[in-house]
Unconditional design. Structure first.
Length: 187
């Protein structure tokens, strides 16, 4: 069996995993599929002065599935009852633009081993441990607005981005920043 990456809507990875597992059982195709991984780790975060554990997805919008790729398994994945149909990464399209049965690029065993190690060790290199909330004040550390204070207007957890409002010449100007470009302002 080979490993494949499936793209789905960010935040719905576990729901897709559950839907695929149920369909595999329903169709009696357990011999064609192996593991399904949603790469998550638990991270301790401080929110309103309290510590709590939250799950963070290492690859938002992706799950990894081990399977014998065939037209039958491809059709099963395409028939998953899910609001956004899963897409295998590297899937080819025919000349009419429709998806056709051509084996997509597989994920190497070494890459899967690295992901599993990150999950086991709780390694969280690409996910911020800082939780931001709408309405909080932050200081911009870098870029054209360095040293400006801003108010958070929206938090995009999966992308690790913030929409902030910066006061420039008496007007609130919206700016999108990475988590790493700001720091919280202590009261």
């Amino acid at each position: 069996m080979k490993w494949y990456a499936i793209h789905t809507q960010s935040g719905h990875e576990n729901k897709l995993k559950f839907a695929i597992e149920n369909l595999i059982k329903e169709k009696g195709m357990e011999n064609e599929f192996g593991e399904i991984i949603v790469p998550e780790v638990e991270v301790e975060v401080k929110k309103e002065g309290k510590k709590k554990l939250v799950k963070k997805n290492l690859y938002p919008g992706y799950i990894f599935i081990q399977m014998n790729y065939s037209e039958e398994t491809w059709v099963l994945l395409k028939s998953v009852p899910f609001q956004r149909k899963p897409a295998l990464i590297g899937e080819k399209r025919n000349h009419s633009g429709k998806k056709s049965f051509v084996e997509p690029k597989s994920v190497t065993s070494a890459e899967i081993a690295k992901i599993k190690k990150m999950i086991e060790e709780g390694e969280i290199t690409s996910v911020s441990k800082i939780m931001f909330e709408k309405g909080e004040m932050v200081l911009i550390k870098e870029g054209p607005f360095a040293n400006f204070k801003a108010i958070i207007d929206d938090v995009k957890e999966g992308k690790e981005k913030l929409d902030v409002l910066v006061n420039i010449f008496g007007r609130s100007t919206p700016v999108e920043l990475n988590f790493s470009q700001v720091e919280k302002v202590e009261d």
